[in-house]
Design a protein around this ligand. Structure first.
Ligand code: MG
Length: 284
């Protein structure tokens, strides 16, 4: 006979009522879970995204915060500091449902701030971009406004490996160069976990997994600190709890479309500690 856990039921109902991607904290029984334990909370149902094509961006999953869906930059602002800080994003939205870096106007960042996330971003190097190495279609995606995943035209154009597209800038080269040619839409899927601090010290460094065009290019990498150029980075004494998604103006008109983010909250599921018995009600 299955025991009904009142608190777990309330939490499942409460979570079901929430539109955002908020995982419930698990109300783990004191004696732990069995394999196939029916007391575990049911996963929240989410409508998955649809796939993009070169011609048309796909849709976001139902529990995502959509940062750009082709219409406007209302979810973004200028990342400039000092005079004009927090003003409107100066980059231009195209009728073709993308926006492009407006060179020399500065980085832009999401108005919302996040911590641990799954982030989806599509980008395209317009045909005709010239230059070489870091001067060829450079932009970047900064998690928490601090940690850059490189955007660069590395199709048959090399640069220093830890600055290659798919690289965690200044730290880790990508496992492969999965870059497509100019004129084609490319796709990042990033899982980022912020560093954990205790008493002013890092007890758990930031971690990042990156897929570029569906290929794994960063496999759960431990970051050594926020992104720096030429300097060996380290974690600062104070670190924000949350931060924006920031896109880099590196002077090249890189295009972006279909940007959404899912916040990763709640506890990770715990493993079962015993074989199926009292709480198993499944089919064979
Ligand atoms: Mg860059």
């Amino acid at each position: 006979m299955k025991r009904t856990n009142g608190l777990a039921m309330v939490m499942v109902i409460a979570c079901g009522a929430m539109a955002a991607a908020i995982a419930c904290a698990e109300d783990v029984p004191s004696d732990g879970y069995e394999v196939h334990d029916m007391r575990r909370p049911q996963p929240v149902a989410v409508t998955p995204p649809t796939c993009s094509t070169q011609e048309k961006p796909g849709s976001a999953p139902s529990d995502a915060t959509v940062l750009f869906d082709g219409k406007d930059l209302s979810k973004w602002r200028s990342a400039k500091e000092g005079d004009g800080a927090g003003g409107d994003a100066a980059w231009k939205v195209s009728p073709d449902r993308y926006f492009a870096v407006e060179p020399k106007t500065g980085n832009i960042q999401s108005k919302d701030e996040f911590r641990d996330v799954q982030l989806h971003v599509e980008w395209c190097e317009p045909e005709g971009i010239t230059g070489k190495s870091q001067g060829r279609g450079n932009s970047g995606i900064f998690l928490m406004g601090l940690y850059e995943v490189q955007v660069l035209d590395n199709y048959q154009s090399p640069t220093y490996p830890d600055g290659t597209v798919g690289g965690i800038y200044g730290q880790y080269p990508p496992l492969v160069n999965a870059c497509r040619p100019q004129g084609q839409w490319q796709m990042y899927d990033i899982v980022f976990h912020a560093p954990v601090y205790q008493d002013g010290k890092v007890v758990k460094p930031a971690r990042e997994t990156v897929f570029l065009n569906s290929l794994l290019v960063q496999d759960d990498m431990e970051l050594i600190g926020p992104t720096q150029h030429k300097e060996l980075t380290k974690y600062p004494e104070a670190h924000p709890d949350k931060g924006p998604v920031m896109l880099q103006d590196h002077g090249n008109p890189v295009r972006y479309r279909n940007i959404w983010v899912r916040e990763l909250k709640g506890d990770r599921p715990v493993p079962p500690v015993k074989s199926s018995k009292e709480h198993y009600e499944g089919q064979h």
